[in-house]
Design a binder for this molecule. Structure first.
Ligand SMILES: *Cc1c(COP(=O)(O)O)cnc(C)c1O
Length: 220
């Protein structure tokens, strides 16, 4: 199916409160423009260089979101324009984002990535590390970042019960942190769900899904 049609059919099934991030990594600008022309304005990329090139080439009303693992030394390349960084998993990274946002006179929204999958390889904080960041005194000093939610990736498996359990676990963590409301921390976004598991994620309380291959087709 053409990209616009894929996009619109997925959108028509999403509840109103769920935000769709079109994951366009590895895809050419002509593909992204098909989604743009069909009304999509939020795109997710996992490489900073690629995202910056697309940002330069494409209309300026697009919200660019970084969904991949971020290396501290590359934050500066996206700080002028990035709309939301999903994969924040250390205090050091948060501090660098704050510093680069300040240089650009911006406030950058961040999601803390939580490790919920069984696989060792997936990035993310455990609950202890999460609490450490959220309760640290460093946080209130970071005037140029805002922690607006949590992000997680489930184990890559056909076992729906396992995936559900992992999403439900993240939703519980998210719920338990709703009491925190400070100027730069207010958890409103729960980013979970990809092409293979976004329906399950929504059932478990996701408010933001990151969908790539179901819109743009398989990646090489
Ligand atoms: C690639 C990617 C997605 C999208 O994956 P699809 O299965 O193509 O929908 C979502 N989230 C992250 C973090 C990704 O890296």
């Amino acid at each position: 199916m053409p990209i616009a049609q894929n996009l619109l059919s997925i959108k028509s099934t999403l509840p109103d409160q769920v935000i769709l991030v079109a994951v366009s990594k590895t895809k050419p600008i002509s593909d992204l423009m098909q989604a743009y022309d069909a009304g999509q304005r939020i795109f997710g990329e996992n490489k900073i260089q690629e995202m910056a090139e697309k940002w330069q080439a494409m209309p300026k009303d697009i919200h660019w979101q970084m969904i991949g693992h971020v290396q501290t030394n590359k934050v500066k390349f996206m700080a002028p324009f990035v709309n939301l960084i999903h994969g924040v998993d250390s205090l050091k990274l948060l501090q660098e984002i704050d510093k680069q946002a300040k240089k650009n006179k911006r406030i950058i929204d961040c999601l803390l990535q939580i490790h919920i999958a069984e696989e060792e390889t997936k990035f993310g904080l455990n609950e202890e590390e999460l609490i450490e960041i959220l309760s640290g005194e460093n946080l209130s000093e970071m005037k140029n970042i805002r922690i607006t939610g949590l992000m997680g990736m489930a184990t890559f498996t056909d076992n729906e019960n396992q995936v559900k359990k992992e999403f439900a676990h993240l939703k519980t963590i998210f719920n338990n942190l709703q009491t925190i409301k400070t100027t730069n921390c207010n958890l409103e976004i729960l980013s979970m769900g990809m092409s293979g598991d976004y329906r399950l994620a929504i059932d478990c309380g996701s408010t933001m899904v990151r969908i790539g291959s179901s819109i743009f087709g398989e990646r090489n």
